[in-house]
Design a protein around this ligand. Structure first.
Ligand code: NAP
Length: 281
């Protein structure tokens, strides 16, 4: 069984990105810039933003965090996004979610210029991804995809089962796997026989939010299992996959923590660099 080391893969990706930033700097005499907007005082959001800022600086990007109190009005945020859209030193804009209730998430997402949408949430990027065109891809599924490709570079004809159909994870994951010629089944809370569906998968990606939902006898031998879930339980943080059981049958599996999580931020940096390159083009 291969334990997929997300920390190591993320560190390797950051090293590659660091080199790329240096090359871009010598070519364009400037570096890609990531601007994050953080609204309110939610502890997990503050931690995520701090980690994003630290990683961005580590690879040599220009990094900026704009902080607003929970009470900030929607217009102020939208105006700031428009200002950043017009700022040539900003390659990527990310508004940390969740937002306070009085701020319309969709309006915020649609105000970000698609070419600076490092999260890949803008409808134009969602459409481009599903049409197979160049686009920003949401960071977590992109990280999962890169981990899968490390284990199995040729995914032609593989049967993939995606558990969960969120816009953040399940749907973009499905599009990435389709692009690689997988036969993809996307499952959700109304799926009749989830175990039966999982048993058909050469690859299973679980992005649900239910601790240890995917059991050992749901997985056939030699399956690659990617666990996106982050669930706080009495025994600590666990994924959506029953790790102990599944690791006995799977060909390869991501641990939680230390699997998909570290790749998410590394992919945000990758997306910022991709946005910069597309703007230069
Ligand atoms: P979400 O928006 O709540 O979506 C959950 C999906 O799971 C939905 O499509 C839902 O189906 C499906 N589902 C719920 N119960 C199910 C069941 N019993 N059987 C099959 N499917 C079921 O969640 P998300 O944002 O995608 O996040 C999923 C998990 O990933 C969470 O634990 C989250 O914390 C974690 N996460 C991790 C990272 C990372 O960097 N590692 C990033 C983002 C999220 P319906 O559509 O029918 O409701």
């Amino acid at each position: 069984m291969i334990l997929i080391d997300g920390k190591k893969a993320a560190a390797e990706l950051r090293e590659e990105l660091k080199k790329e930033v240096l090359q871009l700097k010598s070519k364009y005499n400037t570096v890609p810039g990531l601007t994050v907007i953080l609204i309110g005082e939610l502890a997990p959001s503050k931690i995520y933003v701090k980690n994003k800022e630290k990683s961005a600086i580590e690879v040599g990007l220009k990094s900026e965090v704009i902080r607003y109190p929970e009470t900030v009005d929607e217009k102020t945020v939208l105006n700031k996004i428009k200002e950043l859209n017009n700022d040539a030193s900003v390659s990527g804009i990310l508004v940390q979610l969740p937002l306070p209730k009085h701020i319309n998430k969709q309006k915020v997402i649609e105000t970000i210029l698609p070419s600076k949408d490092v999260d890949g949430f803008h409808p134009m990027n969602v459409g481009n991804l599903s049409s197979g065109y160049e686009s920003s891809v949401p960071c977590t599924p992109l990280g999962c995809y890169l981990l899968i490709k490390k284990i199995e570079p040729n995914l032609n004809g593989k049967k993939a089962v995606v558990v969960g159909r969120s816009n953040l994870n399940g749907k973009p994951m499905t599009q990435l796997l389709l692009k690689e010629n997988c036969t993809v089944t996307i499952t959700h809370s109304k799926t009749k026989d989830l175990k039966g569906e999982c048993l058909k998968g050469d690859i299973i990606i679980a992005a649900v939010g239910i601790p240890e939902l995917v059991k050992g006898d749901w997985v056939k031998k030699d399956t690659i299992v990617i666990d996106v879930g982050i669930n706080k339980t009495e025994k600590g943080i666990v994924g959506d996959v029953a790790f102990e059981e599944v690791s006995k049958v799977a060909k390869a599996i991501t641990p939680v923590p230390g699997g998909v999580g570290p790749m998410t931020i590394a992919c945000l940096l990758k997306n910022t660099i991709e946005c910069f390159k597309r703007i230069q083009k």
